[in-house]
Ligand binder design. Structure first.
Ligand SMILES: [Zn+2]
Length: 207
């Protein structure tokens, strides 16, 4: 009798497990760009820890590799089933869900975008769960000079200024650079060096 109870219990546990497994997967309904998708719950999901080149809207110019990044993201997740993993913040100020997105084969899409050179690392406190992993993949892509890392700045600045609290870097003339408290200032001689350390470009001065 005891044995039978145990078997029943085990079976019930298995059913539960397989149920939670399937319940955690979502169908991707739309791919907006290299780092934003729509899933079957109606949620817009923004990939955490990365940033892909922007597709220009309303007459604005698209950034280098923007369409290539969207195409690669489509290849990976278009109509696929994905599992979301969260960090400390679940939503951003646009109401988008922030997540690390995993395919059924266990591959993390955020990491794949970085590894193939379609994205750079975007660090934002307190979401640092995969920071070292993503940065290691970025350095690999930078060394190989693939994807966005092929891009050469036409007019480089003599130096760049980063903030060790926001992980953003600026042109020396940027008003935001001037607001960084002295103890948070980090100086870089090249853009490459700033990216290498996991800093990402300011959206205002676009260094
Ligand atoms: Zn700036």
């Amino acid at each position: 009798m005891r044995r039978k109870n145990l078997i029943t219990l085990l079976l019930a546990a298995l059913v539960c497990l397989s149920f939670t497994h399937s319940a955690r997967y979502h169908r991707v309904k739309f791919v907006y760009d290299g780092d934003t998708i729509l899933i079957d719950t109606g949620e817009k999901v923004r990939y955490l820890g990365i940033d892909t080149p922007e597709i220009g809207h309303e007459g604005k110019k698209s950034q280098f590799m923007a369409f290539a990044a969207r195409n690669f993201n489509r290849q990976l997740v278009g109509d696929a089933l994905v599992r979301l993993e969260f960090d400390r913040e679940k939503k951003d100020h646009y109401g988008r869900t922030l997540a690390y997105v995993f395919l059924e084969n266990g591959e993390m899409v955020n990491a794949a975008m970085i590894r193939k050179g379609y994205a750079h690392v975007l660090l934002k406190w307190p979401n640092f769960k995969y920071r070292s992993l993503l940065l290691a993949y970025q350095r690999e892509a930078m060394r190989k000079r693939i994807g966005i890392w092929r891009y050469k700045t036409k007019k480089p600045e003599p130096y760049y200024i980063g903030s060790s609290s926001s992980y953003r870097f600026h042109r020396p003339s940027c008003p935001f650079a001037k607001k960084i408290p002295p103890h948070h200032i980090v100086r870089f001689s090249t853009r490459y060096q700033a990216f290498w350390e996991g800093f990402s470009p300011c959206r205002e001065c676009n260094p």
